[in-house]
Design a protein around this ligand. Structure first.
Ligand code: HEC
Length: 144
């Protein structure tokens, strides 16, 4: 009987502990997201929408993560980005962060590593140089 009681108590303690962890991490996650949202609106939204099928001067970034590069229908990509997509570039958080610091440099390096020719430049001339800003935007884009 006593054992059972202790069992209940440790279950209770564990539940409270778990709830506290959730409470502590939730505001952190949303703070990073809202910073990412602010940065996206400031830097990216002029050229990119987050609505599927809606391209501006840049392609829509809806469902970006896990998507092969340069595959939005009806958007005219640069040869450089198309080549990177054909060589197997699939967007994930890590790649996007490096890409944002310098699209042209990243795509050339990616193609070189894949052993493919890299000709032309990137159509995206904008660069987001601060790594912490690139990380915040990337986290935000993971939700779309
Ligand atoms: C001045 C306009 C402009 C700004 C600002 C801009 N982009 Fe772009 N972006 C482009 C263009 C144009 C392309 C197409 C590049 C190509 O074809 O080489 C592109 C391509 C991309 C791609 C590749 C998409 C695909 O379908 O493979 C990603 C990812 C991207 N941009 C993310 C961003 C993010 C995130 C920001 C903000 C931090 C940003 N861009 C800011 C114009 C812009």
């Amino acid at each position: 009987m006593k054992l059972q009681h202790e069992g209940k108590r440790s279950f209770f303690t564990a539940t409270i502990g778990f709830a506290l962890v959730i409470l502590a991490t939730a505001p952190m996650a949303s703070a990073a997201d809202s910073e990412g949202e602010t940065l996206f609106k400031k830097h990216c939204a002029n050229c990119h929408s987050l609505e599927p099928g809606k391209n501006r001067s840049g392609p829509s970034l809806a469902d970006l993560m896990g998507r092969k590069a340069a595959t939005i229908d009806g958007y005219r990509y640069s040869k450089l980005l198309r080549s990177a997509g054909e060589a197997g570039l699939v967007w994930d958080a890590e790649k996007l962060e490096i890409y944002l610091a310098s699209p042209k440099r990243y795509l050339k390096a990616f193609l070189k590593e894949a052993g493919k020719p890299a000709s032309g430049g990137s159509k995206m001339t904008f660069r987001l140089k601060k790594p912490e800003e690139a990380k915040a935007v990337t986290t935000y884009l993971g939700d779309f």
